[in-house]
Design a protein around this ligand. Structure first.
Ligand code: GDP
Length: 200
């Protein structure tokens, strides 16, 4: 059933990976979450899994370059990719994580879908477009998840969705359905859970 995967206590931190040889075996259905720093990725992962402290704020120094693996039940891995778009990250750091990310995305056979988190207040930024292009090239189907939906006014929703839809149309690996979420108001969380649990 869709929600057994997200039953309380069903998610756990497994490990932080800094190099390809640290990856766990590709023996589970895998989904990953990507997004700009501060997009609300930790909050969303915590809301999804029902565990408040599970994903830490990704801007903690030292954790920013890790690919963090969580187990979801005994059949799935939930993968927290490092937040991107740090304004003042050293070039060497950015290059190192981009290389790891590229290798991971291109070579992970069990990776079923990526969720690209977009701040509902900002829409798709150039740096989000870059990640989407990388996903296209890696042939990883991805889906846009808008975060902090509670921060936008109802009258601005249509324009936001139109902007996102227009950008997604340029990406062959994009799945057309957009998920609107608020970790704060628990909006869209069950939709996302059901989507993950029923991935083909
Ligand atoms: P991360 O860096 O992507 O992991 O982002 P965090 O989850 O740490 O969230 C960044 C900031 O956005 C924090 O101040 C959160 O409280 C806030 N935030 C996250 N999700 C929501 C949401 O759904 N609604 C609102 N209003 N704020 C949120």
């Amino acid at each position: 059933a869709a929600h057994r995967l997200f039953a309380s206590g069903g998610a756990d931190f497994l490990k932080g990976v800094v190099a390809m040889d640290g990856l766990p075996p590709a023996d589970r259905v895998e989904i990953c979450f990507a997004g700009r720093s501060n997009v609300g990725k930790s909050s969303l992962i915590n809301a999804l899994t029902g565990r408040k402290g599970l994903a830490r704020a990704s801007n903690t120094p030292g954790r920013t370059q890790e690919i963090n693996f969580f187990t979801l039940g005994d059949s799935h891995y939930l993968v927290d990719l490092p937040g991107y778009g740090f304004a003042n990250a050293p070039v060497a750091v950015v290059e190192r994580w981009q290389a790891l990310l590229k290798t991971y995305l291109a070579g992970r056979a069990s990776l079923r879908r990526a969720f690209v988190l977009i701040d509902a207040r900002h829409g798709i930024k150039p740096v989000d477009d870059e990640i989407m292009t990388l996903l296209d090239r890696s042939a990883v189907t991805f889906q846009a998840v808008l975060t902090k939906a509670d921060k936008i006014k109802a009258k601005d929703r249509d324009a936001l969705l139109a902007q996102v839809r227009g950008r997604l149309a340029k990406h062959p690996a994009a799945f057309p359905e957009i998920v609107l979420t608020s970790a704060e108001k628990n909006e869209g969380i069950n939709t996302l859970r059901a989507l993950i649990a029923t991935l083909p």
